[in-house]
Design a binder for this molecule. Structure first.
Ligand code: ZN
Ligand code: CU
Length: 495
């Protein structure tokens, strides 16, 4: 007797093949049969009119702390996301040192971290104790490791320091991290040279794992930054993954084509490279990282909207341009006012710096995955990408604009990330795979999260299964707590 049979679904297997109508049987945490399935089962679901596909994989998350703070992970589950990769942009929950400044080591974006752990194994135990709703695969971050070993020192590491850093990366990989990440625009990563990063990425190379990078520049010097990333991939022998690929600022719009040409040349030469993108024309992050306080960029200040701001909560959800007009001041003065106020450095902003055509160019590339880059800070008006990314791909770029086909979009959000990030048995809908599944209505699916009203769940997601259990059922979270902590190329760990 099966646990569940899903009947008459339009099955998208994750490999990019055309959908077919069939049944799916679930037994325990696995898919037991696909096709024409005869019962009996403890429960049957009629999925007539619905599509079924593997659960979506969010390859660019900052959910390290969210797993501890919001183990229900509703903002991801609501989108059909069953697995995330955390530890991106050089910031990771681990390694941690109770004596070090956790806020500094996590760049201020990983809120919710606790002092229950120092390494990946300890972090996994702390998360599992809370019954997480979805699965998590981790990267170990350069900024975090460097801060732990060198604080905010603006110099290259000594050989001894580099050795200690290497040890931290190695320990995380031994415990199951899928790779090493960098965030080279952030502090302290921006003070490191190519050689330092390549030395540490080489540890990932030895494990046949990934080097994922928020590159040193995504604007005027985007192409130089791509060259550096490709060079680090080659010398370290790690699989290069370029995070949130974009060309920032109107003067650079269109450059993603030249950047992808470089990637294609590397691929043609045999170098493994993949990328991810979020389907929005605004980025988001910690405001203090984007401005030189001595000379704040006016061009940037004019496209900023405040997401969360403990110093001036009344600014949340407002653009600097509107606030400047109301207060008879300038955008640049507001930047200074906000960032120099007590707790001003905790301000998160949204910056409209990306061209819609570039989003489409990115999504048309066969090795482009989807990563939300959502920052799980639920105060104020967070960027809607935290709540809408995956349905937005299916609604706007598949159904409305036809930038990619439905089977191809599903492949990019399931089997491609699973194979790349070493998630054995996931991202595919076939007999023997883990039963991470989404049932959705392809005619109805839509992201409803907007910049003005971001915290809205998407429409059209009917059910989500995580490791065989129903985690979301017609808008209701079941608190199944069946998420697992994944180890690179090892099937799973924990309950
Ligand atoms: Zn980033
Ligand atoms: Cu990021």
């Amino acid at each position: 007797m099966y646990d569940t049979i899903i009947r008459n679904a339009q099955i998208l297997d994750g490999f990019g093949r055309e959908p077919f109508t069939g049944d799916i049987a679930i037994q325990g945490d696995r898919i037991a049969a696909v096709g024409s399935v005869s019962g009996p089962a403890r429960s049957e679901i009629d999925a007539t009119g619905l599509s079924a596909c593997p659960g979506f994989i969010d390859v660019h998350s900052h959910d390290d702390g969210a797993f501890l703070r919001y183990p229900g992970m509703e903002f991801k589950l609501d989108q059909g996301v069953t697995t995330v990769v955390a530890g991106n942009c050089g910031f990771s929950a681990i390694p941690a040192n109770p004596d070090a400044d956790a806020a500094a080591a996590s760049g201020g974006i990983l809120a919710g971290l606790t002092d229950e752990f120092t390494d990946l194994a300890g972090y996994f135990d702390a998360v599992l104790a809370r019954g997480p709703a979805i699965n998590n695969m981790m990267l170990v971050g350069h900024n975090t490791v460097r801060t732990l070993v060198m604080g905010m020192a603006r110099r290259e590491p000594t050989l001894a320091e580099l050795d200690v850093m290497r040890g931290h990366v190695e320990r995380a990989l031994e415990q199951g991290a899928c790779g090493f990440s960098s965030g080279l625009i952030y502090r302290p990563g921006r003070w490191s040279d190519t050689e330092e990063v390549a030395e540490l990425a080489a540890v990932a190379g030895r494990f046949d794992a990934l080097y994922a990078t928020h590159m040193r520049n995504e604007g005027d010097r985007l192409l130089d930054a791509v060259d550096e990333a490709l060079a680090i991939g080659r010398t370290s022998d790690a699989h290069l993954h370029i995070s949130h690929h974009k060309a920032a600022g109107p003067a650079n719009w269109g450059k993603v084509r030249a950047s992808l040409t470089k990637v294609d040349a590397a691929l043609a030469s045999g170098q493994p490279v993949t990328l991810d993108v979020y389907p929005y024309t605004a980025g988001s992050g910690r405001m203090i990282e984007y401005f030189d306080l001595d000379n704040p960029s006016e061009e940037l200040a004019r496209v900023i909207r405040i997401a969360s701001c403990p110093a001036f909560p009344e600014y949340e959800g407002r653009s600097l341009t509107d606030l400047a007009a109301e207060g008879d001041t300038t955008e640049v003065s507001l930047v200074k006012q906000i960032l120099t106020a007590p707790k001003g450095d905790r301000t998160l902003c949204i910056q409209f710096i990306i061209d819609e055509d570039d989003v489409r160019t990115n999504l048309a590339h066969a090795d482009m995955m989807v990563g939300s880059d959502g920052i799980p800070e639920l105060k104020g008006k967070p960027h809607p990408r935290l709540f809408g990314t995956f349905p937005r791909i299916l609604a706007r770029y598949v159904r409305d604009q036809g930038v990619l086909s439905l089977p191809e979009a599903v492949r990019r959000m399931t089997s491609l990330p699973s194979a790349t990030f070493g998630m054995d048995g996931r991202g595919t809908l076939r007999e023997g795979s883990f039963a991470d599944l989404v049932l959705f209505d392809p005619a109805v699916i839509e992201d409803l999260a907007t910049y003005d009203d971001p915290q809205r769940a998407p429409a059209g997601i009917d059910r989500v299964f995580v490791n065989g259990a129903v985690a979301l059922e017609q808008g209701r979270h079941t608190n199944s707590g069946t998420g697992k902590m994944l180890r690179f190329r090892r099937s799973h760990h924990g309950a």
